[in-house]
Design a protein around this ligand. Structure first.
Ligand SMILES: CC(C)(COP(=O)([O-])OP(=O)([O-])OC[C@H]1O[C@@H](n2cnc3c(N)ncnc32)[C@H](O)[C@@H]1OP(=O)([O-])[O-])[C@@H](O)C(=O)NCCC(=O)NCCSC(=O)C[C@@](C)(O)CC(=O)[O-]
Length: 323
C-alpha cells in the first residue's frame, strides 16, 4: 500500500477518534450545501422566489458554512433558476456563511458580480457527451469559457470553485477514464480554481471505481484541493463519501432532503441527503457544526412545498420525533 494512502488512513482514523474535534473551532469536514441550486434546478414544480429565500434563510441558521444558492445560467436552459438575482439579493447573508453561485460563462459571472456574489463555481464535464448536452460546447470550449470567468473573478477579487462532472460515468459516453478526470482537475487548479469538486453526476460510482478514480487524481493533486459530490441514484453515495474521506478529502457536497438531479442526466436522482451525511459523520465523532434538528426542518419545509417525501432516511426517521 502506498505510503500516502497509509498516512491518509491513519490521519482520518485519528480525526474521527479525536473527541476534541467536538470543539467547533476544529471542524474537520466542511459540508457544501447544494440543495437550493443542484437540488431545485431540475424540480418540475416552479418554486416561488420567496420560498427559496425562506428555505436558504433556514439553511443559514443550521450551522452550514457554505450554501450554493443559485445559478446564473441561461434561463432558457434551466427556467427554475431564472429568479437567480432576486433570490441572491433577497437572502439574509449570515456572517461566517459563504454563498457561492454556479456560472457557465462570463455572461453568468458578470450577472453574479452585479448582485454582489463573492464566490462563483464553474462546471466542466469529464466526458464530451455530457459537455455538449449540458453546456452546448466541447470540453476545450468549456475550458476557454472558464479561463474568461477566472480572469474576471481575479480582477474582482472573488474566489472560483470548480466542478468536474461525470467523474465515473456519463449518461451519453459510458465509463469515464480516471486519467481524464485527473487531467481536467489538474488543469482547473492550475488555471486558478481554489478547489475542485469531483461529481459522480449520475451516481453510478462504487467503492472500487471511486477509489480508483481518486487514486489517479491524487497522483497530481493533493486531497486538500478536492471535494466529493455524490448523487445517490444507486444508494452508494455514503459509501463513496467514506472512500473519499479515507483518501483525506474533507469537503463534501450534499443536498438537504436529498433534493435534486441534473436535467441533462436523465434518471439520475438527487445528491446525498445532508441529514444522512451529518448523521453519519456525527456518529463517527466528527463535528460538522450542523444542527440536525434545524436541518430536518429546512428539508421538510422545501419538501412540503414541492409535495415530495424527503429522500433522506434520517429526515424520515427523526422528523415525527421532533414534533
Ligand atoms: C452554457 C449555456 C449558456 C450555453 O447555451 P447556448 O444556447 O449555447 O448559449 P449562447 O451563448 O448561444 O446564448 C443563448 C442565449 O442564452 C443567453 N445566455 C447565455 N449565457 C447566459 C447566462 N449565463 N445567463 C443568462 N443568459 C445567458 C444568451 O444571452 C442568449 O440569449 P438570447 O440572445 O437567445 O436571448 C447553456 O448551455 C447553459 O446555461 N447551460 C447550463 C446548464 C445547467 O445549468 N446544467 C445544470 C448544472 S451542471 C450540474 O448540475 C452538475 C454539477 C455542477 O451539479 C456537478 C455534478 O452533479 O456532477
Amino acid at each position: 500500500m502506498a505510503f500516502r494512502s497509509i498516512c491518509n488512513k491513519i490521519l482520518i482514523r485519528s480525526l474521527f477518534k479525536n473527541q476534541n474535534l467536538r470543539n467547533k473551532s476544529s471542524v474537520p469536514v466542511r459540508i457544501v450545501e447544494v440543495g437550493p441550486r443542484d437540488g431545485l434546478q431540475n424540480e418540475s414544480v416552479k418554486v416561488h422566489p420567496d420560498v427559496k429565500i425562506e428555505f436558504i434563510n433556514q439553511l443559514s441558521q443550521t450551522g452550514l458554512r457554505t450554501i450554493e444558492v443559485t445559478s446564473f445560467v441561461s434561463p432558457k436552459w434551466i427556467p427554475q433558476m431564472g429568479d437567480n438575482a432576486e433570490v441572491f439579493s433577497g437572502i439574509k447573508k449570515e456572517t461566517g456563511v459563504t454563498y457561492p453561485v454556479l456560472v457557465p460563462n462570463i455572461q453568468g459571472c458578470k450577472l453574479a458580480l452585479k448582485v454582489g456574489a463573492e464566490e462563483v463555481a464553474i462546471f466542466i464535464a469529464a466526458s464530451e457527451g455530457f459537455s455538449r448536452k449540458n453546456t452546448n460546447c466541447t470540453i476545450q470550449e468549456s475550458l476557454n469559457r472558464t479561463k474568461e470567468v477566472i480572469d474576471l473573478a481575479k480582477e474582482n477579487n472573488i474566489k472560483v470553485r470548480g466542478y468536474v462532472s461525470c467523474v465515473i460515468g456519463c449518461p451519453y459516453d459510458g465509463k469515464v477514464p480516471p486519467s481524464s478526470v485527473a487531467k481536467l482537475t489538474e488543469t482547473l487548479l492550475t488555471m486558478g480554481c481554489y478547489e475542485i469538486s469531483l461529481g459522480d453526476t449520475i451516481g453510478v460510482g462504487t467503492k472500487i471505481t471511486v477509489h480508483n478514480m481518486l487514486q489517479d487524481v491524487l497522483k497530481t493533486t493533493t486531497s486538500d484541493k478536492l471535494a466529493i459530490h455524490c448523487h445517490d441514484t444507486y444508494g452508494q453515495a455514503l459509501v463513496n463519501i467514506l472512500v473519499a474521506l479515507e483518501q483525506g478529502i474533507t469537503v463534501v457536497d450534499a443536498a438537504v432532503a436529498g433534493l435534486g438531479g441534473c436535467p441533462y442526466a436523465r434518471g439520475a436522482t438527487g445528491n446525498v441527503a445532508t441529514e444522512d451525511l451529518v448523521y453519519m459523520l456525527e456518529g463517527m465523532g466528527v463535528n460538522t457544526g450542523v444542527d440536525l434538528k434545524k436541518l430536518i426542518k429546512a428539508g421538510r419545509y422545501i419538501s412540503d412545498y414541492i409535495k415530495k417525501v424527503p429522500a433522506s432516511k434520517v429526515n424520515n426517521a427523526l422528523h415525527s420525533k421532533l414534533n
